[in-house]
Design a protein around this ligand. Sequence first.
Ligand SMILES: [Zn+2]
Length: 62
Amino acid sequence: MKVQCPKCQNNFDLDVELNEEGDSVECPSCGIEVFVAKKGKKFTVVETFEEADEDSQGWEED
Ligand SMILES: [Zn+2]
């Protein structure tokens, strides 16, 4: 499936058999790392994948 790099706008082929949402791939044109995201049934790639952060941070002990 063709996806478009969010940085350089280059269209490249994403193998949806090998990649799933959240996987990182490298744009063959500009070389940045992008993340696989899904929009409905379509795959897309984004510069930053927003994942639910379930780690509770802010534990500080004096
Ligand atoms: Zn690119």
